[in-house]
Design a protein around this ligand. Structure first.
Ligand SMILES: C[S@@+](CC[C@H](N)C(=O)[O-])C[C@H]1O[C@@H](n2cnc3c(N)ncnc32)[C@H](O)[C@@H]1O
Length: 235
């Protein structure tokens, strides 16, 4: 698994062009993935929400758009340049003004035990230095009955896999180099995606971390998956 310090450095280096590269490289499908994620979060009617590894804040903003004002949203990340992007975007809409963007490392969250109803993390778990430790740390801060929603790259359906990996390894880093000026960051991305578990294997890891129920939904030929993992009501 990647070292936290080098992950931080990679994102600090591309922070200013992260959004552009994201939308370009996914062909805009990332908007759809975040829409599905926020719809699932809304269905669990949370009283408060924390978006981890929030980066430039897109999930936090979409949560606010879908669920409305009155439900607190906080975005946490350990990379200050990414948080700076999120804070700058907050000014684009009045309803975003009370979304907090603060420093927080998923290995050691600045949150109390049993204090949050819904935690989201989109394209963050893959970068954890220690996945099991991070998943357990999130479990600690969830209220009993609360849910973690993980949107992350997954292993694509078998028939689609050759096309996908051809794009990921041979085309994407070069397009990303044009968009961000940093090819190595996207070589890193391709490597972490290839090493990441299938949705079935991640389901098992979430259960090993202590979540009571886990449901996985593959999207776009399972290029990505959303895992909804619930903390037991009585612990
Ligand atoms: C690929 S970006 C995803 C950003 C955003 N969630 C999105 O969907 O666009 C990954 C983010 O995870 C953050 N990150 C990685 N490991 C982290 C950790 N241990 N604690 C907090 N943030 C972390 C990085 O700084 C980066 O902003």
């Amino acid at each position: 698994m990647p070292e936290g310090k080098s992950v931080n450095k990679i994102f600090a280096g591309i922070a200013g062009r992260y959004d552009l590269a994201n939308h370009l490289l996914s062909g805009g499908v990332d908007f759809y993935w975040r829409r599905v994620l926020t719809r699932m979060v809304k269905a669990c009617t949370p009283k408060d929400m924390v978006d981890l590894a929030t980066g430039s804040g897109d999930v936090a903003f979409k949560l606010r758009d879908r669920i409305g004002t009155g439900i607190p949203v906080t975005g946490l990340d350990f990379c200050e340049p990414m948080l700076k992007e999120a804070r700058a975007k907050r000014a684009s809409k009045a309803s975003y003004s009370d979304i907090k963007f603060e420093f927080g490392d998923c290995m050691d969250l600045p949150l109390d035990d049993n204090s949050v109803d819904a935690v989201t993390i989109s394209f963050g778990v893959r970068n954890f230095e220690n996945r099991l430790r991070g998943l357990r740390e999130i479990l600690r801060v969830l209220r009993p009955g609360g849910s973690l929603f993980v949107l992350e790259f997954s292993q694509p359906d078998k028939w689609f896999s050759p096309i996908y990996y051809f794009y990921l390894k041979l085309i994407l880093p070069w397009v990303a180099a044009l968009a961000t000026g940093d090819k190595s960051a996207y070589d890193y991305l391709a490597g972490t995606i290839e090493d990441f578990p299938s949705k079935e294997a991640l389901t098992e890891q979430l259960k090993e971390a202590g979540y009571e129920t886990v449901e996985a939904t593959g999207l776009t030929f399972s290029i990505v998956a959303i895992h909804e993992a619930q903390k037991a009501l009585q612990r």
